[in-house]
Design a protein around this ligand. Structure first.
Ligand SMILES: NC(=O)c1ccc[n+]([C@@H]2O[C@H](COP(=O)([O-])OP(=O)(O)OC[C@H]3O[C@@H](n4cnc5c(N)ncnc54)[C@H](OP(=O)(O)O)[C@@H]3O)[C@@H](O)[C@H]2O)c1
Length: 446
């Protein structure tokens, strides 16, 4: 993966902030000897990822009124978001929804939530859905419809929960339109963090993480200043193949790979968890979100998925965020930030839990992790190529065209053949994405 021009260095200190004291709730003495200080009740504080100290006054009130558009509302995160909004009461209202192929689920959501508009990317789904709506709301269609619904004036908050590169343009559009974004669509940052983060800063909007690990890091960061961070631990369940041999992993079937031990998610992220490409994408996501160098991020296998990630500060204190493996908790935190509200997810039971385990990741059996660090260092168009090649290879695996072991092998091969442009525009990122997909197809003789 050679690069054109110099690779820019990361600033030592981040642009993020936040330094309210956290109440350290307790030591847990059965955490595999790590002696982790748990930040169970991190203080609510009005700091922001991108503009510490620059608060919008209405957000200081105990309740936050949000008019929310959910991009990808028919998916796993989208449906959980609908449940969270429902549990939060009338201060939170859905004003826009989007789907792709599951139009009848989208129709049900429209009937239930009565948004001002809905968008459907898939033309056939739009044609099937339109007559059912009886003109009661605007129905926007195609990729342009997604961009439009993300930027319409009815909403002030957009949950970006479309899977894959399809989420990039609508997410950029939401930020461009000045809306705060709850970001589940990590691929948008992996592809275009170099555009999205500066745009958010320029537009004075927040990108609040919904990925559970990044939400955990964000919450733990409230215990110190950005310059006091020594490293972050991104935890990983290890996926369904944590204990499998390399030979057995290489031959895994889609059924094996879709059986995640702790999380219930959409198919693409579930396969990414099995290859550990998901953690690779999350390393890159964390670098962009928190303005950290890749070397400040350590992946730690934690099979119970109870500690969602941790921040180690310069004094040696490690602040962790814990909870049951349920995405409703980080979704809610993004929606209610900087406040907290009574949650609708199941709570942790420490008496039932008893033990937590940790182990280092195995880079030989899970080479995707190494790619994640390489791409996080290279930046530029590398993320777009990694993401697109992986998306294409995952689709080929799910369609039965390649064995599991070829997903990462193909992705690495395409990445190796790519000349990184270190100063990309949106156009060059999209070109790199298209090129990577073609390369995977060429390797597969499609
Ligand atoms: N699920 C989790 O627990 C979890 C956790 C952390 C982060 N994330 C991230 O959240 C995002 C969503 O994941 P998910 O598990 O919710 O995925 P999912 O269940 O597969 O849902 C994906 C959503 O995106 C829509 N979509 C798919 N292709 C599209 C396209 N070409 N254009 C427009 N919309 C399209 C789908 O519409 P239809 O269903 O109507 O086809 C659906 O609403 C991913 O980026 C993932 O990495 C997920």
């Amino acid at each position: 993966m050679p690069s054109q021009g110099d690779t820019p260095t990361f600033p030592a200190d981040g642009a993020h902030g936040g330094h309210a004291p956290a109440r350290l709730a307790r030591f847990l003495d059965n955490t595999g000897g790590l002696g982790i200080v748990l930040n169970l009740y991190a203080s609510m504080y009005p700091g922001g990822l991108h503009r510490p100290g620059a608060e919008i006054t209405d957000r200081r009130s105990p309740t936050v009124t949000r008019r929310i558009t959910i991009l990808g509302s028919t998916g796993s995160i989208g449906q959980s978001t609908v449940q969270v909004v429902d549990s939060l009461g009338s201060d939170y209202r859905v004003v826009g929804l989007s789907g792709n192929r599951r139009w009848s689920e989208l129709l049900d959501q429209c009937r239930l939530l009565r948004p001002a508009a809905a968008a459907v990317a898939d033309d056939a789904s739009a044609a099937a859905m339109r007559p059912q709506l009886n003109g009661q709301m605007d129905l926007l269609t195609g990729p342009e419809g997604l961009v439009e619904i993300a930027s319409r004036p009815e909403s002030d908050f957009v949950v970006a929960a479309i899977v894959g590169a399809a989420g990039l343009r609508p997410t950029l559009a939401a930020v461009e339109a000045g809306k705060d974004v709850g970001l589940a669509n990590k691929e948008a940052l992996v592809i275009a963090g170099s555009l999205l983060m500066p745009l958010a800063k320029r537009k004075n909007v927040r990108i609040l993480p919904i990925d559970s690990e990044h939400s955990a890091v964000f919450q733990a960061m409230a215990s110190g200043r950005s310059g006091e961070i020594h490293k972050i631990y991104l935890t990983a369940s290890g996926g369904p193949f944590r204990t499998w041999s390399a030979d057995r992993i290489a031959q895994a079937t889609p059924e094996d790979a879709l059986r995640h031990p702790t999380w219930d998610m959409g198919p693409k992220i579930t396969i990414d968890s099995a290859t550990m490409m998901n953690k690779a994408l999350e390393i890159i996501e964390a670098c962009w979100l928190f303005d950290l160098p890749p070397d400040a991020i350590e992946v730690l296998i934690h099979p119970e998925s109870v500690i969602h990630s941790m921040v180690e500060f310069c004094d040696g204190s490690v602040i962790a965020q814990l909870g049951t493996p349920d995405m409703k908790t980080p979704i809610q935190y993004a929606l209610t930030y900087p406040h907290r509200a009574t949650g609708c997810a199941e709570r942790l039971d420490f008496h039932a839990l008893r033990k937590l385990h940790f182990e280092p990741p195995d880079m030989d059996r899970f080479p995707a992790l190494r790619l994640g660090y390489e791409v996080a260092r290279a930046k530029g168009t590398a993320g777009a190529v990694l993401n697109a090649a992986n998306e294409q290879a995952v689709a080929a695996f799910l369609e039965g065209h390649i064995p599991f072991g070829r997903i990462v092998e193909l992705t690495e091969r395409v990445l190796d053949d790519h000349v990184v442009d270190t100063n990309p525009t949106l156009e060059t990122l999209l070109t790199a994405d298209a090129w990577a997909r073609q390369e995977v197809n060429r390797c597969l003789n499609v």
